[in-house]
Write a protein that binds this ligand. Structure first.
Ligand SMILES: C[S@@+](CC[C@H](N)C(=O)[O-])C[C@H]1O[C@@H](n2cnc3c(N)ncnc32)[C@H](O)[C@@H]1O
Length: 253
């Protein structure tokens, strides 16, 4: 980056050096993204079984709380997976749902058919959404941002497609606030990411802010505050953004 050098009005031998504030737009990392796609294609077969084992029946209440905060008419679900949210969809909404993995989507299609749920399912990367600006009243995601290769990029795209005055509603697990537990999660992350898929040490609240979102409400739902329900909205003045920040995303698969 070339610094802008301006002569001082009082003494033109001492230059004032101003930093160039332009921030280059971050872009999708194709290698990390295709690795994530392959991983979730592989996981599709076991995902429902694994989720039932890990979350038990409690997850139904979490998904009800999540979808209780969703208002329409136009709703985007990001990282729909196998369609675990479908039984919790409120009636009368126009829901589009996207996922990176074709195999997860195939499961979601079958689930929609079984439940008679109307949802427009599309293969798409949240890091580069093919929707115009200001399209959706609510964007919703459950346990998705543990897996998106660059979560800040994903949130920036969500901010772009959310209507001004619209909301972003998330159910996400993240790195614990406690320093010791957080460090332990950093150490364990390479194993969990490799073994079962998600990253356990994402700093999701920070990532939302970095993407230009304002956090309206956060509620600790389970696991000592690791699983949170978050309501956010596009910040009013979010033009000075840093993108593609990977803090908390080390060792991801
Ligand atoms: C842990 S699963 C959660 C699935 C579902 N939301 C649920 O509650 O069961 C994470 C999902 O995010 C999807 N995903 C990961 N990266 C993505 C991306 N860049 N764009 C869209 N979906 C993505 C994965 O394919 C996977 O289906």
């Amino acid at each position: 980056m070339t610094p802008i050098v301006q002569p001082s009005s009082s003494d033109d031998t001492v230059p004032i050096v101003k930093a160039d504030r332009r921030v280059s737009a971050p872009s999708v990392d194709p290698r990390r993204t295709s690795r994530a796609r392959r991983k979730w294609d592989r996981n599709a077969r076991f995902y429902d079984m694994m989720s039932r084992f890990m979350d038990g029946n409690e997850s139904k209440a979490w998904y009800d709380r999540l979808w209780g905060n969703v208002t329409g008419p136009r709703v985007l679900e990001v990282g729909v997976g196998t369609g675990r949210s479908f039984p919790h969809h409120p009636r009368g909404l126009e829901i589009t749902a996207v996922d990176l993995s074709d195999r997860m989507l195939a499961k979601a299609r079958a689930q929609a058919g079984r439940l008679g749920v109307s949802v427009d399912l599309r293969q798409m990367d949240v890091q580069e959404l093919a929707f115009p600006d200001n399209t959706f009243d609510t964007v919703v995601a459950a346990c998705t941002f543990c897996s998106v290769p660059d979560p800040v990029l994903g949130f920036r795209e969500i901010r772009r497609v959310t209507k001004s005055g619209g909301r972003v509603v998330l159910l996400e697990h993240m790195r614990h606030d406690n320093r010791f537990i957080g460090k332990l999660m950093d150490l364990m992350n390479p194993i969990t990411a490799w073994l079962i898929g998600p990253n356990i040490n994402r700093r999701t609240l920070d990532n939302l802010r970095k993407a230009g979102m304002e956090i309206e409400a956060v509620e600790n739902l389970a696991w000592g505050g690791i699983l949170k329900l978050i309501v956010a909205r596009p910040a009013k003045n979010s033009h000075t953004l840093k993108g593609g920040d990977n803090s908390g995303n080390a060792h991801q698969g």
